[in-house]
Design a protein around this ligand. Structure first.
Ligand code: PEP
Ligand code: MN
Length: 337
C-alpha cells in the first residue's frame, strides 16, 4: 500500500500516523521524503487495512493498494487450481467442463424428476432447481420452499445427480444437509452474515456475481466465506446490470479469464440469467467454455412456456442436449476433458 501525505503534514503528525499503522496493523513502513510531499510504503499484510480509514486522516493526500485485498482467494498465494471433488467422483476445476442443469424453480415432484432424468441423459452431472426463490416481486412465485427441497433430494436419490440450490437465509441451513452445492444468489452476494455462516458449513458453494458488483467485490465475498474456513467455492458469472436492454443482463465473458488469472477458484458460467433469452444460451455457453469456464449452469424446463419462473431463458431438455453436444465438441477441440 502506498500512502501520499499532504505537503503540510508536520513531522510529528507523520510520526504519529506511522507509529499507529505499525502498531495496529503490524506492517513495516518505508518513508520517502520528497521536496513536495512524503510517500509512505507499507510492507507486510495490508489486507486488513481499511483504505477509507487511511483516506480519512487529515494528513493523507491519497492512498493506493499495490496488493489485492483478498488473500485466500488469491492465486498469488495458491498457484494451483482449486479442484472440488464430490463423493460420486465428479470434479470441478480439474480441466473438465461440468454441466449443471435444471429448472429455475422446482415446481412439483414430477417436474423435477422428469427434468433430472432428461438432463442426466444429455450429460449433466449436477441438477439445479430453486426451492427458495428471491423474486423481484413479492407477488411472484416464491418457490416450494421445504417441500421443494424434499423433491430435489428425491431426484438426487433416484438419478444419482448432485444437487445445487439457492439459500436465502441463514436459518435455512439445516434444510441443506442433502444439498451438494449451496448457491448464493446474485442478490445475496454481499449478505455478509450469510456468507460467514456458509463459511462455517464446509459445503461447496456456488457464489454468483452480484448484479452490480465488480470482480474485486465478488472475490472479497469469496474471501468472506474462505475466512471462516470453507475454501470450496465456485465463482459464477451470471451477467451484470448495464445500460444495454437487449439482454436481461450483460454477460461479462472477460470476467472468466480475469477471475481465473486472479484466483485459483473454479469459474462457472450462467448464460441463462446472463442473457434472459433461450436462443442466446448456446452461443454464450460456447463463448464461456472457450474463455476457460469450468462448468455451465443452464436453466432447463420440460415446458418453458408454462414455467413458473424464467421461462423465456429456459431450454427444453432436447435443446439442452443440443447445447451440451456442441459444447462437448468444442471441449474436444480445446483439449478439455
Ligand atoms: C437462479 O439461479 O435462479 C437465480 C435467481 O440466479 P441469480 O441469483 O443469478 O439471479
Ligand atoms: Mn432463474
Amino acid at each position: 500500500m502506498i500512502i501520499i501525505l499532504k505537503p503540510n503534514a508536520t513531522a510529528e503528525q507523520r510520526e504519529a500516523f506511522t507509529d499507529a499503522l505499525k502498531s495496529y496493523y503490524n506492517v513495516n513502513v518505508n518513508t520517502w521524503e520528497g521536496v513536495q510531499s512524503t510517500v509512505l510504503g507499507l510492507i507486510g499484510d495490508t489486507s486488513p487495512i481499511d483504505i477509507d480509514f487511511v483516506n480519512a486522516q487529515t494528513i493523507v493526500e491519497s492512498v493506493r493498494r499495490v496488493q489485492e485485498p483478498y488473500k485466500k482467494a488469491n492465486r498469488k498465494f495458491h498457484p494451483d487450481n482449486t479442484v472440488i471433488e464430490f463423493a460420486n467422483g465428479v470434479k470441478i476445476g480439474d480441466g473438465s467442463v461440468q454441466y449443471m442443469a435444471g429448472p429455475c424453480s422446482v415446481e412439483s415432484q414430477e417436474q423435477i424428476l422428469e427434468i433430472a432424468h432428461k438432463v442426466k441423459k444429455a450429460g449433466a452431472t449436477i441438477l439445479r432447481g430453486g426451492a427458495f426463490k428471491p423474486r423481484t416481486s413479492p407477488y411472484a412465485f416464491q418457490g416450494l420452499k421445504a417441500e421443494g427441497m424434499e423433491f430435489l433430494s428425491a431426484a438426487k436419490k433416484e438419478t444419482g445427480l448432485l444437487i445445487v440450490t439457492e439459500i436465502t437465509r441463514v436459518s435455512h441451513l439445516p434444510l441443506f444437509k442433502d444439498v451438494d452445492i449451496i448457491q448464493v444468489g446474485a442478490r445475496n452476494m454481499q449478505n455478509f452474515e450469510l456468507l460467514k455462516e456458509i463459511g462455517k458449513s464446509k459445503k461447496p458453494v456456488l457464489l454468483k456475481r452480484g448484479l452490480a458488483s465488480t470482480i474485486e467485490e465478488w472475490l472479497m465475498s469469496a474471501e468472506y466465506i474462505m475466512s471462516e474456513g470453507n475454501d470450496q467455492i465456485m465463482l459464477c458469472e451470471r451477467g451484470i446490470r448495464t445500460y444495454e436492454s437487449m439482454t436481461r443482463n450483460t454477460m461479462d465473458i472477460s470476467a472468466i479469464p480475469i477471475v481465473k488469472r486472479l484466483s485459483h477458484l473454479p469459474v462457472i458460467a450462467d448464460p441463462s440469467h446472463a442473457t434472459g433469452k433461450s436462443w442466446l444460451v448456446e452461443p454464450m455457453s460456447m463463448a464461456s467454455v472457450a474463455a476457460g469456464a469450468d462448468g455451465l449452469i443452464i436453466e432447463v424446463h420440460n415446458n418453458p412456456s408454462k414455467a413458473l419462473s424464467d421461462g423465456a431463458q429456459s431450454l427444453t431438455p432436447e435443446q439442452f442436449g443440443d447445447v451440451a453436444a456442441k459444447v462437448d465438441s468444442l471441449k474436444a477441440a480445446l483439449g478439455r476433458i
